[in-house]
Design a protein around this ligand. Sequence first.
Ligand code: FAD
Length: 158
Amino acid sequence: MDDRLFKAAMGKFATGVTVITTEIDGQVHGMTANAFMSVSIDPKLILISVADKAKMHDLIKQSGKFAVNILAEHQQDMSMVFAGQIKDRDVAFDRFEDLPVIEDSLVTIACDVYDTHPAGDHTLFVGAVQNLQLQEDEPLAIYEGKYKDLQDKVTSEV
Ligand code: FAD
């Protein structure tokens, strides 16, 4: 199967956008990721998929912990900074559960690594949720490789 066809099909799945953050010896690192999902309620587990070639991969393996920052609509620049699309931006980080986190995120989830699974050219990191914080705002969304406004058109409750 052609890679472009696969990517185009996966891009039809609308998602939010997160920045994964971690820290080694006081060195803070962030990476934009939309491969994020909730996994389990008891215990509370989430999952991220990180490319083996990403710096974040080795840093999470070393630190054993990470934060998932679910971005709000006004944080598109943070998505671009941590995907390397905006260069040389100084970012002010907050602290939460001894982890660096992105200020004003919609949700911040502090995790310890619970399990890892190699999966092709990525690694699935399952995170045990230690704590989280959330605020009321609109989410940043991505669909077909483009950032989108979510129009507030509720058709019915889930
Ligand atoms: P780098 O490429 O070195 O870092 C990423 C960028 O963040 C660099 O520009 C760096 O300067 C900046 N940065 C890092 N730390 C700091 C700091 N402390 N202060 C200021 N800037 C800093 N990849 C995946 O593996 N999984 C995914 O689910 C995924 N989803 C994505 C979703 C979207 C919408 C986009 C745009 C990209 C996604 N990517 C995903 C790709 C991934 O974000 C990039 O490949 C990223 O560059 C990999 O980061 P890295 O850890 O290798 O570090």
